[in-house]
Design a protein around this ligand. Structure first.
Ligand SMILES: [Zn+2]
Length: 104
């Protein structure tokens, strides 16, 4: 992976440059899944007419580990994502209180 890749997630922008131990995950090569990732991580409107789903664009896009639930990883070290992993929706993440229906 190229150095200096920044997390595209809404309001994030973390990169290896600022956090060396950060794990960044490339967008899935499957267009359907890539679209899910995009929907959850960016406000599509802001990016205007850029063809986000074109292969070249997605190749250079990454999302950092912060936006995935623990259950999305194949192990505790959070190095590898499951094939089915999808980042949390940015609106969900930016809310102050986490809803925990199972807390009781
Ligand atoms: Zn991030």
């Amino acid at each position: 992976m190229q150095r200096g890749n920044k997390c595209v997630f809404f309001n994030c922008g973390k990169s290896k440059r600022t956090n060396n131990s950060l794990y960044l995950f490339k967008f899935p090569t499957d267009p359907e899944r890539a679209r899910l990732w995009l929907n959850n991580s960016v406000i599509i409107g802001i990016l205007g007419n850029i063809d986000l789903l074109s292969e070249t664009n997605l190749k250079n896009r990454v999302v950092c580990e912060d936006h995935f639930d623990d259950s999305n990883f194949t192990d505790e070290r959070k190095i590898r994502l499951k094939k089915t992993a999808v980042p949390k929706h940015f609106k969900e993440e930016s809310s102050d209180e986490e809803s925990c229906p199972n807390a009781n």
